[in-house]
Design a protein around this ligand. Structure first.
Ligand code: SAH
Length: 216
């Protein structure tokens, strides 16, 4: 509850940027329902309910709870919708999305993280999340289009495949910018006719979206 209060406080403080002064009851319920301690390393369990990112190995992090909350809030997810996540990491964000949506598809490029996230999600009783190991910049075309897409690693621009896999009327949220610089959390809305509108929300700091083509 102390963490929820902190998240609500930060939501008020950033309302001039996000346009949201409060979190919806469904998002608050999801935050209360999912035990973050099940998604952090055993050594960090004492810090699981701090409003801070934590290391999860492979140079990656579980995002700060406030950032998870506000990104989720901005997606306005309904109970019958499908969501694509890029960057499964610990699986915590996926678990929050799973509490709100019908189905969550999540792509992670580090096999060990994908494996651990699957185990953590199963342990937390999440049965509507599917994880694939691969390059998230390509999305997951087999299950497209998605009502909502969330990218939890930063790229200089939003991969075009992800915009293509967004449903008309759908929303995508992603940190846009380079590693080791401030990135801008960006909300993309696709209209019913397929027109794209992009809005800059606020500065954030994410690990980079690895360019798998460059890595090969
Ligand atoms: N959503 C996560 C936080 C993820 S940190 C959570 O709740 O814990 C970003 C993740 O994106 C890392 O796990 C990293 O391995 C992954 N990632 C980076 N580049 C990627 C890519 N090109 N494709 C898929 N996953 C990627």
């Amino acid at each position: 509850e102390a963490l929820i209060a902190e998240i609500e406080g930060e939501t008020v403080e950033t309302a001039h940027l996000t346009g949201r002064a409060t979190l919806s009851p469904r998002v608050l319920a999801a935050l209360r329902q999912v035990p973050r301690e099940a998604f952090v390393l055993e050594a960090d369990i004492a810090e699981a309910y701090d409003n801070a990112p934590l290391p999860i190995g492979h140079g990656q992090t579980i995002s700060q709870p406030f950032i998870v909350a506000i990104m989720t809030e901005l997606l306005d997810i309904a109970a019958d919708q499908s969501v694509l996540e890029i960057g499964t990491g610990s699986g915590y964000q996926a678990a929050i999305l799973a509490a709100l949506a019908r189905k969550v598809w999540s792509v992670e490029c580090v096999p060990d993280l994908a494996e651990r996230a699957r185990a953590a999600l199963a342990g937390a009783g999440c049965s509507n999340v599917e994880i694939r190991c691969g390059d998230g910049a390509l999305g997951w075309p087999e299950h497209a289009p998605y009502d909502a897409i969330i990218v939890t690693a930063a790229a200089p621009s939003i991969p075009p495949a992800l915009i293509a896999q967004l449903k008309p009327g759908g929303r995508l949220i992603a940190p846009v910018g380079c590693a080791f610089e401030t990135q801008i959390l960006t909300l993309v809305e696709k209209s019913g006719s397929g027109a794209i509108a992009q809005r800059e929300i606020m500065p954030v700091a994410f690990v980079p979206l690895v360019d798998e083509r460059a890595a090969r």
